[in-house]
Every structure is written in structure tokens, then in C-alpha cells.
Design a binder for this molecule. Structure first.
Ligand SMILES: [Ca+2]
Ligand SMILES: [Ca+2]
Length: 483
């Protein structure tokens, strides 16, 4: 073969690769079903966070691929968690640390996941709750989503507070309403139509469930599935806060929600309400799964499912999210990737939700934008036992962080105080080991994962007149932590 022939063959080879690359772009890319859930902790069948949790449909969906059983949110609150995972910027990079800081300004010029996929030729449609408070950035939806579905509200009971606590949406009880009246039911009906439609571009379909967010009002049949006399409370240690530093006790706020719940004998009612609302959510996931199967897209549909953070129901005398312990930080995460994941796979490597953006674009075959923080999980999807040195990192307010690896949770508050828990012997995080010198090396290793620099707080929204009035009441105002 002459030199010229060799050169010609080489050029032809490269041309084939190059053209192949182009052919694989756009039309060849997989459809993506992006399932977001609001406030679902590990009370699922597959994660086993509560013995009575019943989620057969979610478990069935997750069993088609890889469950990340040790995954954690970037921030334990709706707004910063979602802003971070959709933008690729952690709270300490964007300055969006809590629910009172609108993400619109800080993310104005950021290549968010939905913008990126739109630019790369995807049909980008969403519905329900993806970002905190709806779809894209206020007033800029046309650059963020081709279409966005507003699921509308949910029915309310005739009384203001079923529990008698009188604490706004921190309430629970049965509704005399049909499933069809619920916003998440309409969301699935809409999503099912999107799955049936022919789209001439690859589809990015974001389905944002609002339940099991408060209030826990769902049709009565779901409450009937969990009779009050059968309800098991979370296992707790009475003096669990005794070894928690003051900054942690302040986050737990034992004299707030917990005292109100216990005083009014509402603990079992609340657990019942959360279990019932999760069961309702699971029914909707079952409907979505049926639509997926009916669409015939299964073999080229990439599915990711996540919840924005966990939830406490009295562990450490704490309720809601807004804390750095396992219950608030741990959040379901699963990927179903045809040709990559295998069914019924569980991965125990420590990860966090910042990996959703880079993993998706990596799997689709797009470059990961430079600003995106967090590693792609492709390696773990291909081999769940692969060596993994990364950690799950959770930030709650400037300067407060938790680092989770396979065995440990390390927490450091802005004032320098610390907690350390060994999950091999203490899965409930009852015994704070931070003061024990034999763990100094572990703490040093985990503390090295904390950011060296942290962005200043993004501007807070101005309090509405109603919130001003509320703030004057004796109950401590927590405008920054509104659900
Ligand atoms: Ca949430
Ligand atoms: Ca303790």
C-alpha cells in the first residue's frame, strides 16, 4: 500500500468517525424522563426508611436500573436544592442557600440543564414542580422550556387545621375527594399525553410531583390503608440532642414543631399522614410507569428519579428538612439507562444530587459544561462496585455543611462546632464521636471536602405585608425557611 493510499484510508476513517458522530447527535439521542419528587425521604420500600412505607410502583420503576442508596441533597430545602441540581452550581457557588432567596437573579445567565438540552436540540417540556415555584426563571420561560404545564392546586378540607395545631400547612388528614381532583393526578395525565405524542426532536420530559410535600391531605382511602392504631413511630433516643452542639440544637428547634406535635398528641397522626401521602404519590408513579410502557419508548428512554431532600418526623426532636442529619440529607436517586444499567442494581457509594446534571449529559453524549459541579456517575452506573473516592456534600445556610462517605457523616457548623457519626455501628446517628481523638484523621479527611470559599448570600425576597404581620407575633419568624 502506498503512502498516499494509507493517507487516504486514514482520512476516510476519520471522516467516517466524524460523520458518525454527527449522525449520532440530535435525532439519535435518547429521550429523557426526569422525575422529581418533593420532600420524599427514605420512607420507600427500596430504601427501607420506615417499616410501613409502601411504594410498590416506585420500587418497580427503580428495580429497572440502579438505585443510589447513599445519595444526598446539595441543600436540605426545596429552593436551594433544586436551584443547585438544575444549574450545576452548589449553594456556596450561587449564593442561593435557602428558600427565601429567589434563584432568578443568581441563575440569570447560567446554562441550566433545561437550557443546555434545549440548545442541544431537545424538545424541553416540564410540568409541576421542577424549580421551587414552578418552571424556569420568572418571565423568561420561553428560553427555558418549550412548554410548561401548571398542575393547579389540590383540594382543601373544610376546616383550616385538621390536626388542631393551627400551623398553616404543617397539617394532615383525609380528604373526601377523588384522586382525579389532585394536582399530581393531572400532572401524570399530562405527562402521559407527552409520552404518547410523536416529537420530531429528542424529548426531555420533566415531571415534578408536589407530594408528599405538606399539607398531607390526600383522599381518605390512603389514610384507611394505615390505621392509626397500627402506626409505628420512628425509633428515637430521648436525649439524642445532649451531644449535639448548640448550632445543631438550634436547627432541630425541639421547642417548635416537635413540642407542638407531642403536646397535641399528633405524632402518630403525622406519621400516618406522611405514609398516606407517600402511598398516593406511589399510585401516581404507577400511572406514569403504565404510560411509559404504553408509549413503546422503553428501550430508548433514559429515566432519572430523585427527591429534593429528606424529612425528619421527630428524630432528634426535629421536623421537616432544614438540618444536616441523615434524615434531612438522604434523598432517593435512581437511574434507568438502557444499555448501561442492569435491573435490580444497588449502589452504596456516597453521591449527591449535583451528579444528576453531569451524569445525564454524559450519558446523552454531550460535553459537561465547565461550570457544572459534581462528578458524572457513569462509572458507577457501569460498575456499582467501582472504587469511588467522592462524597455526598450537603450545605444548609452559609458555613454549615455535612459530608457523607460510605461509612461516616461529618457535620461542621459555621461556628466551627462538629458532629461525627459512624454509620457502620450507628445508623441512627445517636452518638456524636467528634470529640474523640482517635477519629481526628477521619475528620481531617472529610473536612478537606468542605469549600475553601463560600459565596455571599444572594438577595432575599422582600417580605410580603402578610409575612410582616406574622413576624410581629411571639412565635419566631422563619421567613427564610418557609416550606
Ligand atoms: Ca422539597
Ligand atoms: Ca446524640
Amino acid at each position: 500500500m502506498s503512502f498516499r493510499e494509507i493517507l487516504a484510508r486514514l482520512c476516510f476513517g476519520w471522516l467516517t468517525v466524524f460523520l458518525g458522530g454527527i449522525a449520532a447527535s440530535a435525532a439519535e439521542r435518547p429521550d429523557v424522563l426526569f422525575i422529581a419528587i418533593d420532600d420524599l425521604n427514605d420512607w420507600t420500600g427500596c430504601l427501607g426508611g420506615h417499616p410501613q412505607a409502601s411504594t410498590p410502583h416506585l420500587d418497580r420503576l427503580v428495580a429497572r436500573g440502579t438505585l443510589f442508596a447513599n445519595s444526598h441533597c446539595a441543600a436540605p430545602a426545596c429552593n436551594p436544592s433544586r436551584a443547585a441540581l438544575m444549574s450545576g452550581l452548589r449553594p456556596f457557588a450561587s449564593g442561593v442557600y435557602d428558600n427565601g432567596q429567589p434563584y432568578g437573579g443568581p441563575l440569570k445567565d447560567v446554562m441550566t440543564l433545561n437550557r443546555y438540552l434545549m440548545r442541544e436540540g431537545y424538545k424541553v417540556v416540564g410540568g409541576g414542580k421542577i424549580y421551587h415555584g414552578g418552571g424556569g426563571l420568572p418571565g423568561e420561560n420561553e428560553t427555558d422550556w418549550h412548554e410548561y404545564f401548571n398542575r393547579g392546586g389540590d383540594p382543601h378540607p373544610p376546616v383550616k387545621s385538621i390536626s388542631g395545631l393551627g400551623m398553616a400547612h404543617f397539617d394532615w388528614g383525609p380528604l373526601d375527594a377523588a384522586d382525579e381532583a389532585m394536582g399530581d393526578y393531572r400532572l401524570v395525565s399530562w405527562a402521559s399525553e407527552q409520552l404518547q405524542k410523536r416529537h420530531d426532536q429528542p424529548l426531555f420530559l420533566a415531571v415534578g410531583f408536589v407530594k408528599p410535600h405538606l399539607p398531607w391531605y390526600v383522599p381518605r382511602k390512603y389514610f384507611d390503608m394505615f390505621p392509626l392504631e397500627t402506626i409505628q413511630l420512628p425509633v428515637v433516643k430521648a436525649d439524642d440532642l445532649a451531644d449535639v452542639p448548640a448550632a445543631g440544637v438550634k436547627m432541630a428547634r425541639p421547642d417548635g414543631d416537635h413540642q407542638a406535635v407531642v403536646t397535641r398528641d399528633q405524632w402518630k397522626h403525622a406519621v400516618q399522614g406522611y405514609l398516606a401521602t407517600i402511598k398516593f404519590l406511589d399510585e401516581q408513579i404507577g400511572r406514569l410507569l403504565e404510560a411509559v410502557d404504553a408509549s413503546g419508548r422503553g428501550d430508548k428512554l433514559l429515566i432519572v428519579l430523585w427527591s429534593d431532600h429528606g424529612w425528619h418526623l421527630g428524630e432528634k426532636q426535629h421536623w421537616r428538612k432544614f438540618a444536616l442529619w441523615e434524615e434531612a440529607a438522604r434523598a432517593p436517586l435512581a437511574f434507568i439507562v438502557p444499555g448501561v444499567t442492569r435491573p435490580k442494581t444497588r449502589c452504596d457509594a456516597a453521591v449527591d444530587l449535583m451528579s444528576i446534571y453531569p451524569t445525564l449529559v454524559d450519558l446523552i453524549g454531550l460535553p459537561i459544561p465547565e461550570h457544572v459541579q459534581g462528578p458524572s456517575l457513569r462509572l458507577l452506573l457501569e460498575n456499582p462496585q467501582a472504587a469511588w473516592e467522592r462524597v455526598g456534600l450537603t450545605t444548609h445556610g452559609r458555613g454549615n455543611h455535612a459530608v457523607r462517605d460510605r461509612h461516616w457523616r461529618y457535620i461542621r457548623y459555621a461556628d466551627g462546632s462538629e458532629e461525627l457519626y459512624d454509620h457502620r455501628t450507628d445508623p441512627d446517628e445517636w452518638t456524636n464521636l467528634a470529640g474523640q481523638s482517635e477519629h481526628a484523621a477521619v475528620i481531617r479527611r472529610l473536612a478537606a471536602q468542605l469549600p475553601a470559599e463560600e459565596a455571599a448570600d444572594a438577595p432575599r425576597e422582600k417580605a410580603k405585608p402578610k409575612a410582616d404581620r406574622r413576624a410581629k407575633k411571639p412565635r419566631p419568624a422563619r421567613a427564610a425557611e418557609k416550606d
